[in-house]
Design a protein around this ligand. Structure first.
Ligand SMILES: NCCCNCCCCCC(O)(O)C(F)(F)F
Ligand SMILES: [Zn+2]
Length: 343
């Protein structure tokens, strides 16, 4: 299987995130991508290519232009205030506060952020656009007739919505790729999110549409991040009603429960008649993950890949989460190798 990879991911290296009430070193580190790349090479999964630049247009097919401009300019405006440390918001526009977009970068940082764990740094825009190009280059290969590709995307994307960042995500790589597949003639595209955390951003982007089916298996938002989206009763709106499926599972759920949810999701994808599949591949469902609470073990990721191959669809994998850095490479490549072995 082809891998698309850009070393520009290294430009996103936040120092700290506010997690569980205290500032801690970021969990989303460059070493995550290094370990995945090493495993890809070690397991001889296939060729590794660099992304082609696609410019802003494919990004603006799913993201708000003002939001994109904020991401592009935020660091310069922040450092012009004499701040040489990561940019993080200090409050949120909650209920009954004005939904006006502030002019100042500090206010815009609050307006365009979902949480305080997604630091904007000098290299964020370059890294995020390179990740989008990585996913788009993978989508190009599917459009060209390849059966599957792996976009080794970092920073991840599935929490990034039409006009806000969060959960270590700035641009929604999987959504950008799904839209590109639609724009290049695939009539129906499914996005399956198997990361531990609900893909609120991807849901947000496609919620009112029936041409892109979104499905997510994740920790129950009653107790798990992102808390405020990902409930089973969110089924889409308007045109999109019936084209959104959430499978929230209680923290601590066993592996068999997880695979029952997966089989339900795969069944919906088959009923939908998808012509292509984009997988938001987070491996923080791993039993040893430091910030997540599911029980999958490394061999289960082989099974996951094989189940996905059973759909017999052109498939683009986009890396999302996974914070047990030692085993992340094994777990990611197990999915891809399991997919390939099923043939
Ligand atoms: N007590 C745990 C607090 C968790 N705080 C933030 C979690 C972010 C998860 C990010 C991710 O894994 O979903 C992505 F794929 F986007 F990287
Ligand atoms: Zn996650």
């Amino acid at each position: 299987m082809l891998t698309v990879y850009s070393d520009s991911h290294r430009l996103q290296h936040g120092q700290s995130e506010l997690i569980d009430g205290t500032l801690k070193p970021c969990f989303e580190t460059p070493s995550r991508a290094d370990m995945v790349l090493a495993a890809i090479r070690e397991r001889e999964l296939g060729d590794i290519i660099h992304p082609r630049r696609h410019g802003l247009d494919p990004i603006l097919r799913v993201h708000d232009a003002d939001y994109a401009r904020f991401l592009e300019t935020a660091w310069q405006r922040w450092s012009d205030m004499g701040r040489d440390y990561d940019a993080l918001p200090k409050m949120w526009q909650v209920r009954r506060l004005r939904e006006a977009i502030p002019d100042h970068v500090e206010g815009q940082l609050c307006y365009y952020s979902m949480d305080c764990g997604t630091p904007i740094t000098a290299g964020t825009w370059a890294a995020a656009t390179a990740a989008a190009d990585t996913a788009l280059t993978g989508a190009d290969r599917l459009i060209g007739g390849e059966r599957a590709a792996f976009a080794l995307t970092r920073p991840p994307g599935h929490h990034a919505a039409f006009d806000y960042c969060g959960g270590y995500c700035f641009l929604n790589n999987a959504a950008i790729a799904a839209q590109a597949l639609r724009d290049h003639g695939m009539r129906k595209v499914a996005v399956l999110d198997v990361d531990y955390h609900h893909g609120n951003g991807t849901q947000d982007i496609f919620y009112r549409r029936s041409d892109v089916l979104f499905l997510s298996i994740h920790g129950d938002p009653r107790t798990e991040y992102p808390f405020f989206l990902g409930f089973a009763d969110e089924k889409g709106e308007g045109e999109g009603l019936g084209y959104n499926f959430n499978f929230p599972l209680p923290a601590g759920s066993c592996v068999s429960t997880w695979f029952v949810a997966l089989d339900c999701a795969l069944d919906q994808i088959a009923r939908f008649g998808a012509e292509a599949l984009v997988v938001s591949l987070g491996v923080d469902t791993y039993r040893g993950d430091p910030i997540s609470r599911f029980q999958l073990d490394s061999p289960d990721f082989v099974t996951l890949g094989a189940r996905l191959a059973g759909l017999k669809l052109p498939t683009l994998f986009c890396l999302e989460g996974g914070y047990a850095v030692g085993p992340i490479g094994t777990n990611v490549v197990n999915v891809l190798a399991g997919f390939e072995a099923r043939g």
